[in-house]
Design a protein around this ligand. Structure first.
Ligand SMILES: Nc1nc2c(ncn2[C@@H]2O[C@H](COP(=O)(O)OP(=O)(O)OP(=O)(O)O)[C@@H](O)[C@H]2O)c(=O)[nH]1
Length: 387
């Protein structure tokens, strides 16, 4: 080969190397762009469930990862509580989107995975070590990246990526992006929990722990919309303690507070998941019973009334504080189905309040329905049966 063809061959090789480097740089640039987009979305996630869905589904799809799972420490069941509260009732699709999430009672399953909380662990898939993290069924994984999630120097969980490509997560691969991702995810998780805590604090009643009026007003509009969309019944109970001023005056304000806590507890114990109870103000509580026909709602109201009067409060000195409650019941009836959810919800509560007034006027410690029985028959389920 003469010197000019040698030069040409060398030149060709260099061009090829340059092209390959350019391709790699473009691919890295593209990866970086997608990574930054995802980072922004993680930071902007509005709830814990949104954050988890981004991590478990969108990250996997966006980066073509074969399997993504996440283990989170949830010692006091706070995270599971937040997720339950966020999930719409019976929403299977919503639930499926959180497949891959494991909530841990202790760190035992993940604490030995990491030598150092600042560094992800990359390498070949090890059946005994890694199968519990990815579960079954998962694809035939060949390499894994395990990212420690930590806050204030303590492990709070781990994020797991699995690939069927043995070279994707090689031990010697650079881990800068994964380290950055782990740091961001850890902060976002902490933020999401704090955000939910604050949100809850603003929507709960401090004395009794049930929801407050603000939450109820928001929730009642959602329930009215759902009842209208799915043609469900919706019942509203308005409860007011009887002669509560006398309780305060005779036994003291602290005893009155204990009574209110007890009432909240009794009401809650009579309801299903998905029903809503809130303290409306002072000694008034409101309850929403979705999908409860009139007779069923009336039975629940009676049950609440009876268990309250059957549970007088015994003070430390031995005195007994008699308690009873009057309850107004209203149904979201067919005639009310046009109009804004806010107006419909207010009408429903007002009707229940009017029925409560009749219960008080009728002698207290009783349940009164907002309209005579025939009109209760106009409730949605009754109309459905007639069709
Ligand atoms: N202990 C306590 N009392 C409260 C609280 N909020 C409101 N109250 C009291 O609830 C009482 C309500 O009294 P009224 O509205 O006159 O009604 P009532 O005595 O229950 O009489 P009826 O409703 O007509 O049966 C007042 O004495 C309020 O001070 C609270 O958070 N704790």
């Amino acid at each position: 080969m003469d010197s000019s063809s040698e030069l040409e061959a060398e030149n060709h090789k260099l061009r090829q190397q340059l092209e390959s480097l350019l391709r790699e740089a473009r691919s890295n640039e593209d990866k970086m762009r997608r990574f930054e987009q995802l980072e922004h979305r993680l930071i902007g996630a509005r709830s814990m469930a949104d954050l988890l869905r981004l991590l478990l589904n969108e990250y996997r799809d966006s980066f073509g990862i074969d399997c993504v799972t996440l283990a989170l420490l949830d010692r006091d069941q706070e995270t599971s509580g937040l997720l339950d509260a966020e999930r719409p009732r019976d929403d299977q699709a919503e639930r499926a989107q959180l497949d891959g999430l494991t909530l841990l009672h202790s760190l035992t399953p993940i604490e030995d995975l990491f030598q150092d909380l600042g560094h992800p662990s990359l390498g070949p898939f090890n059946e005994a070590l890694h199968r519990p993290l990815f579960g079954t069924p998962s694809p035939a994984l060949a390499s894994v990246a395990l990212l420690p999630l930590s806050r204030h120097g303590e492990l709070i969980g781990s994020l797991h990526f699995g690939s069927i490509d043995p070279s994707r997560y090689e031990r010697a691969a650079g881990t800068q992006l994964l380290e950055r991702l782990a740091a961001i995810v850890s902060i976002c998780l902490d933020n999401a929990i704090n955000h939910e805590r604050l949100k809850r604090a603003g929507l709960s009643d401090m004395l009794t722990g049930v929801h407050n009026r603000r939450y109820f007003e928001h929730r009642s509009q959602i329930e009215v919309s759902q009842a209208r969309r799915y043609q469900h019944d919706l019942a509203c109970l308005f409860l007011d303690l009887d002669h509560f001023k006398t309780v305060n005056d005779s036994f003291g304000h602290a005893a009155g507070d204990t009574v209110l806590q007890r009432i909240a507890h009794i009401i809650q114990s009579q309801l299903r998941v998905g029903d809503t109870v809130a303290r409306f103000g002072g000694e008034e509580f409101v309850v929403l019973l979705p999908q409860a026909p009139a007779q069923h709602a009336r039975d629940i109201a009676e049950r609440i009334r009876l268990s309250i009067s059957a549970t007088p409060l015994a003070l430390p000195g031995g005195e007994i504080v008699p308690i009873s409650v009057s309850i107004g019941l209203a149904m979201l009836a067919t005639g009310h189905l046009s109009g804004e959810p806010k107006t419909l919800a207010q009408t429903l509560v007002n009707e229940a309040d009017r029925a409560l007034y009749s219960a008080k006027a009728g002698g207290r410690n009783r349940v009164v329905c907002s309209s005579p029985e025939p009109r209760l028959g106009e409730s949605l389920s009754a109309v459905r049966q007639a069709v």
